[in-house]
Each structure stands twice: as structure tokens, then as C-alpha cells.
Design a protein around this ligand. Structure first.
Ligand SMILES: [Fe+2]
Length: 727
């Protein structure tokens, strides 16, 4: 079980875990699902190896771990004294396209299907001929429509349609909404059969009204790749495109930033001329005609700022859809992304999330393995997150079938801190909404550690074992918030923030603190059956400070952070000393810590999930404490440079976090970074009452490919390598 820090298996398991300490509680029940990104069809899990099998350099090496296929874990607590584990990869149509074109032993002939293979470009995985992978690796959201006997579930990703999966087999069943019902973030001119769509990783299901909501938004991307002409040039001459881009970037690297960006934009707009030189006279005329046609098409298909709310009632047929406008009737421009949405009895809440996970960061670098290009592009275009959070509130009564647009109220003054995750309480008495918020203060979740990064602490190269991990050397202390909002006035009427340094003199006994505020859980979190009217007790993961993860790049990006509490010198000193992970219980009625468990140094708490205890809640016991906290753990033991890692599942009693009551493991259970979890009480097959046939869904897109030869080749590829998996 001794592994490096970044080690994850893609092996599909059906195993029983072994208890290594404590006892499985008798009243634990149901099923915990955990999502995680887990490498590519080429990597066999994580890490992405440095060399290919033939000894050549692997271009996926050091890719961000967020860029990976979904590998779902299901832990079953439905047999006494047993915990069983099932794991599966989520196999979407784009997964099979990726598999057919993988590096070793591809099923599809690479000469016939040139450039069909997928490559990692930063956080996204793109094929120049097919489009973007929908990796579904972020969250799992349960739902139960009227008449369903058991919970059903979607797997989600910020930049892709949600897909229903079968909770029993963990097979992918159907996307929610046809391709043609979603607006693409990439200019439609490209005609990718796998378009990149911007959505949310956290759609919501209303447990009372039994409806499901998600979003689809587009941005008028002014980023350098908006023209996408560079993809066309890569199809024609990839090596020359790379050389020319590198040459240009090296020239502009040390210039004034605005001027350098202008030069880069100019280069990209004229990339054909830059690479191919001046064309012959007849080509000029042909290009002019083609250019006019393409200009006409792109003018009519440009991506503009827009936000759509999509409603799914579980019935076969089209989703209900509304364009969300601001109060003056103008389109809403999302600056970052909509990582999470939430709902109350009468409102839907959207936030412009502090997470730069949208098309700008996704496809800005077509050559991430060229470190010169990657480094200079990152330097030129990386921006810090907004240091506040815009909130938009939609009145659910306005969502009528006979209208196509609704207006949202935007908070007059935003939440004064960054926010990536939040939950709204279901009840909204007197039009007051309560939001519980996680503040990733100066903690950039969309950045990852890269091979040319150096430590902000000593200028030394970042440890190679950490390449691709989230660049979470936080640049300030995190906060946990509770906000009351008067919806009519669109103002915050009350706010309480938990922000504690704890005992920084002795980090192993740090106590309650808010260094590195991560994921949270509570009783009935995203339950499809019980609305969470009042959330009094929340359990938080705090991930502390880790000296291996603060890069000079992140330090520079957030040195002037406007909400700073901790002076830079103190932050550096504490990062050197390190602060461990904790499991923290916050009582939201007083916004104070009630309990905390401090993990030993290098015991990394990854995901957390509340599991209610079986049976009635005894009199005098608060229901929100009557349960267990399930934790996925990555444990590092030993001294540098010989630290060995292994995985365990830890279970705490929610009312007593002084020590875990059960630890479990299995030699084949191997993960490095699990993400969001969910829990459902019973397991049953999905009735599959909503289904979009794969062949129909993609043929509709393929038939719109303009160039006949390309259209025929793509069609043949889908017929031979994608559709047979979905008969
Ligand atoms: Fe999330």
C-alpha cells in the first residue's frame, strides 16, 4: 500500500473493505457515492507518467489532476458488519471516442482518423476534430421524481451536460437535455460533435416540488483563442504553429503586459498569414470568399453573454428553459463561472463563483507541454479571482411555461468575500434567504502546480510529486459565513463570519480554525427527499497550510489580496511550519466551533459526507448530530523524502469528533483527490424513464458539419467506435 502522494487506480472494483481499527456501527446504513478525477485512457490512473511505453516524452505528464475521467466510488452499508466498495469509470460517448483513439493500441486507424485523438490542454481535454471531453468527475446529485421508488442520480462537471447514471451498475444512462438544447461555449462554426458547454457542477433538485434545475451560460470570450483559428492551423501544421507561437511569446514576454497581449492577439488573428506566408493570387481570392462566408457565419453564431436556467421534470421531451436577465432586461455577464446553484421554497440562487473554471482558462493554451509557451501564456493572461461574490436571485413564480425570459435580482452589494460553495436554507420566511458560505480566500482552485513552478518559501523547484495538484497554497486565512438576504431589497441584512487562527504556536494542537476552508456536509445535504429548512450544524473540512504547495506564481498573484487578514510575512512563516487538516463542527446559530478533530500531520482529509443513523432520533438528541461523518483519507507516513501514502475510510460519530470510531481499507482502493459525495438510503435501478438516444443525439450535431469530407469521416467514426457501445 506504499504509494507516492499522487497515486490513483482506475481499476473497477467490487470488494469488501477490511476494518483496521474500531468497529462498523450497527445503525449505519445506506450508500455513499464519491466522485473523483482519475487520469486518462492513456495514463492508467494517476500520476500521468513522464514517459510513454515507447520511451518518448508523454505530453500528458504534469497535467492538472482535475482533468481526468470520472471514477466513482460507491460504499455500501446495507449489510451488517460489512462495508462493500464498488468503483466504476463513467463511460460517456466522448469517453469511448477517447478510448478508440488512445495512444497505445488505438481501435481507430490513426491515419484515417488523424487528429481525432484527445489531448490535455490545461484543465480541458480536447480533440481538434471532435471537441471537448465531458469528464463528469466533480459531483453526484441525487433526485427522486414523483413515482420513483429509489433515488436516482446525475454525475456532473462544470463544462458539460449532466448525465444520469444508474446507482446500481454505475453505468452512464443518458444526458439531461439533447445536444441541440444546450448552447455551446465554443463558436458553433467549429461544428464539434462534442461541443464544450458551460453549466454548473452543482445543479439542484427540489425535494418538495420534485423538479431539477441547472444552468447553461455563455461568455462573449475576448480571450486570445476566441477565433479558434489556431485549432485550424494545428490541423494543418502543428509543429510550425507551435514554433511560431513560441517565437512570438519569447519576444513579448518581458514587454508591458497590455502591449504584449495586443501583440499576441494580433498574431492569433493573423495566424494563417504568420505561418503560411502570403498566399498565391488565386488562393487570396479563394480565402477572401471563404473568409466572407465564415465571417458571415461567425457574426451570426458568435457567443454572447447569456445565462439560461434549465428545468427538468423527469418527463421525456424538451427541458423548460428561460434566459435570465438582469433587472433592466439586459443579459447577465458571468465573470467567472456558476460552480454551484441553490434553491429555496420560492427562489433560485445563482452565484458568480470564485473558481476560474470556464472556457477562458480551459482552452487558452493548445501546447501545455511546451513549458515556455505555457509559462508565458500563464503570465500574460492569468488573473486573480474576484475578491467578492455576485449573487443573482430568481423568483420561482416567474418561471412560467409561456415566457422565455425571466429577470433576476442582483444583490446591490455583493457578498464581500470569494465564495465557491454555498447552500441556501429551504425556507425563506418574509422573503429572507439564509446562505451558508465557504470562502476560499485567496485560494485559487482553478490553478495547478506546474513543472516550472518554484516555491514561494525558498525559490526551490516544487516537488515533482505534486505536479498537477490544485495550487492550494492559500494566500490568506479562509472564512465560513452565514448571510441573511432580504430578497425584495436585494441586500444583505445580517452576516456572521467564522474566522479563527487557532493555536498557531503549536499546529499539532491547532484546535478550531479556518485555515483552508474546503468541503462541508450536514444532515440531508442535497437530499432529494428532505428539504433542509434550518441548517444548524455544519461539518467542515479545513485543509490548513502545506509548505509543498505555495508557489511563487500564486504568491505574486495574490500578494495584494484586498481582503487580507494575515500579513504576508506571517503567512509565509506559518506555511513553512504547516497547519494540519481538521474536521470542524460549526454551530451556525452562534457561528462558533462546537467540536474539532485535528488530524496528524500529513493525514489528508479529502471528502466528507453526513450519514444519518438508522431509526428514530431519540428524544433530547438533535437530529443534525444523530449520524456519522464519513471521510476519505489520504495518509502520508514517514519522513521526507521517504513518505509513503495509503488510503483509508474513517468514520466519526457526529456528536463526538474526539476520535474516529472506525477505520477501513482495501489494498486496491487507491485515490489521490476525491471530490464531492452524496448519500442515499436505498439502492435501486433507475427506471430510465427519460432517455435521449445517443445515435439521434449526435447525428443531429454531425449533420451540421459544413465540410462534407469531415462530416463523412466523423459519421463513420461514430458509427464504428461510439454507437456500438449504446445499442
Ligand atoms: Fe464543488
Amino acid at each position: 500500500m506504499n504509494r507516492p502522494v499522487m497515486y490513483a487506480s482506475r481499476k473497477e472494483l467490487d470488494v469488501e473493505l477490511k476494518v483496521v481499527e474500531g468497529k462498523i456501527p450497527e445503525d449505519i446504513y445506506g450508500h455513499v457515492f464519491v466522485n473523483s478525477p482519475c487520469g486518462s485512457v492513456n495514463s492508467n490512473g494517476l500520476p500521468f507518467p513522464e514517459k510513454n511505453k515507447d520511451g518518448s516524452f508523454n505530453k500528458e505528464y504534469t497535467s492538472p489532476i482535475m482533468n481526468g475521467d470520472a471514477y466513482v466510488f460507491r460504499f455500501d452499508f446495507d449489510e451488517a458488519n460489512k462495508v462493500k466498495l464498488k468503483t466504476r469509470l463513467l463511460k460517456t460517448p466522448c469517453y469511448y471516442a477517447d478510448l478508440a483513439t488512445r495512444k497505445d493500441n488505438p481501435q481507430a486507424d490513426p491515419n484515417k482518423y488523424k487528429n481525432f485523438f484527445f489531448r490535455n490542454m490545461g484543465i480541458s481535454r480536447i480533440s481538434l476534430a471532435l471537441g471537448a471531453r465531458n469528464e463528469l468527475n466533480t459531483a453526484l446529485v441525487p433526485f427522486v421524481f414523483e413515482g420513483d421508488k429509489n433515488s436516482r442520480m446525475v454525475a456532473t462537471y462544470d463544462v458539460g451536460r449532466p448525465y444520469e447514471i444508474d446507482p446500481v451498475s454505475l453505468e452512464v444512462l443518458t444526458p439531461i437535455g439533447r445536444n441541440t438544447e444546450w448552447l455551446s461555449a465554443t463558436p458553433p462554426l467549429l461544428n464539434f460533435p462534442f461541443p464544450l458547454v458551460q453549466s454548473t457542477a452543482h445543479p439542484v433538485f427540489d425535494p418538495e416540488k420534485k423538479v431539477f434545475y441547472t444552468v447553461n451560460f455563455t461568455k462573449s470570450t475576448q480571450t486570445m483563442l476566441s477565433s479558434m483559428e489556431i485549432f485550424e492551423m494545428m490541423l494543418e501544421d502543428e509543429q510550425k504553429t507551435e514554433e511560431k507561437l513560441e517565437e512570438l511569446l519569447t519576444k513579448v514576454e518581458n514587454g508591458e503586459k497590455k502591449e504584449s497581449l495586443e501583440k499576441l492577439n494580433h498574431f492569433l488573428k493573423n495566424i494563417r498569414l504568420e505561418i503560411k506566408g502570403k498566399p498565391a493570387w488565386w488562393k487570396k481570392i479563394l480565402n477572401w470568399i471563404l473568409g466572407e462566408v465564415e465571417n458571415y457565419i461567425s457574426e451570426n453564431t458568435k457567443t454572447y453573454d447569456s445565462v439560461y436556467l434549465l428545468e427538468w421534470t423527469g418527463k421525456q421531451g424538451k427541458l423548460n428553459k428561460w434566459e435570465v436577465l438582469d433587472e433592466s432586461g439586459k443579459a447577465i455577464a458571468i465573470k467567472q463561472c456558476i460552480h454551484q446553484i441553490s434553491l429555496t421554497r420560492d427562489y433560485i440562487v445563482l452565484i458568480d463563483s470564485s473558481f476560474k473554471f470556464s472556457i477562458d482558462i480551459l482552452v487558452n493554451n493548445p501546447f501545455p507541454n511546451n513549458y515556455t509557451i505555457d509559462r508565458i501564456i500563464r503570465k500574460l493572461i492569468s488573473g486573480e479571482m474576484q475578491s467578492f461574490t455576485d449573487v443573482y436571485i430568481i423568483k420561482r413564480d416567474d418561471l412560467q411555461i409561456n415566457v422565455s425570459k425571466v429577470k433576476a435580482k442582483k444583490l446591490v452589494k455583493p457578498i464581500p468575500l470569494e465564495c465557491v460553495h454555498f447552500t441556501a436554507e429551504y425556507e425563506n420566511p418574509n422573503h429572507t434567504i439564509v446562505l451558508h458560505t465557504a470562502h476560499n480566500s485567496a485560494a485559487c482552485l482553478a490553478e495547478w502546480l506546474r513543472p516550472y513552478d518554484v516555491s514561494a518559501l525558498d525559490g526551490e523547484a516544487i516537488d515533482r510529486d505534486y505536479m498537477g495538484i490544485f495550487a492550494l497554497g492559500d494566500m490568506d486565512i479562509g472564512r465560513i459565513g452565514r448571510f441573511e438576504i432580504d430578497v425584495e431589497k436585494a441586500v444583505i441584512t445580517k452576516q456572521a463570519i467564522f474566522c479563527e487562527k487557532g493555536n498557531t504556536q503549536n499546529p499539532s494542537q491547532i484546535g478550531a480554525n479556518s485555515w483552508g476552508v474546503g468541503l462541508h456536509t450536514f444532515r440531508n445535504i442535497i437530499s432529494p427527499e428532505v428539504p433542509t429548512s434550518n441548517i444548524k450544524h455544519i461539518f467542515w473540512q479545513t485543509y490548513g497550510l502545506n509548505r509543498d504547495m505555495l508557489s511563487q506564481f500564486i504568491y505574486n498573484l495574490y500578494a495584494d489580496y484586498p481582503n487580507r487578514i494575515i500579513p504576508l510575512d506571517e503567512l509565509k512563516e506559518l506555511t513553512k511550519r504547516q497547519i494540519p487538516y481538521t474536521l470542524l463542527h460549526i454551530d451556525t446559530s452562534i457561528m462558533q466551533a462546537r467540536q474539532v478533530y485535528v488530524f496528524p500531520n500529513n493525514y489528508n482529509l479529502r471528502s466528507i459526507q453526513f450519514i444519518p443513523k438508522k431509526g428514530e432520533v431519540p428524544a433530547g438528541v438533535e437530529p443534525e448530530l444523530h449520524g456519522y461523518i464519513f471521510c476519505t483519507m489520504l495518509i502520508g507516513e514517514g519522513e521526507e523524502p521517504n513518505v509513503k501514502y495509503f488510503n483509508q475510510i474513517w468514520i466519526f460519530d457526529a456528536k463526538d469528533l474526539s476520535k474516529p470510531i472506525c477505520k477501513l481499507e482495501h489494498p486496491e482502493m487507491a485515490f489521490t483527490f476525491t471530490l464531492h459525495c452524496t448519500w442515499i438510503p436505498t439502492l435501486g435501478k433507475s427506471p430510465n424513464s427519460y432517455n435521449i438516444p445517443v445515435r439521434e443525439d449526435y447525428n443531429e450535431v454531425i449533420k451540421s458539419i459544413i465540410r462534407p469530407k469531415r462530416r463523412r469521416t466523423v459519421q463513420a467514426f461514430f458509427n464504428d467506435y461510439v454507437y456500438p457501445h449504446f445499442q
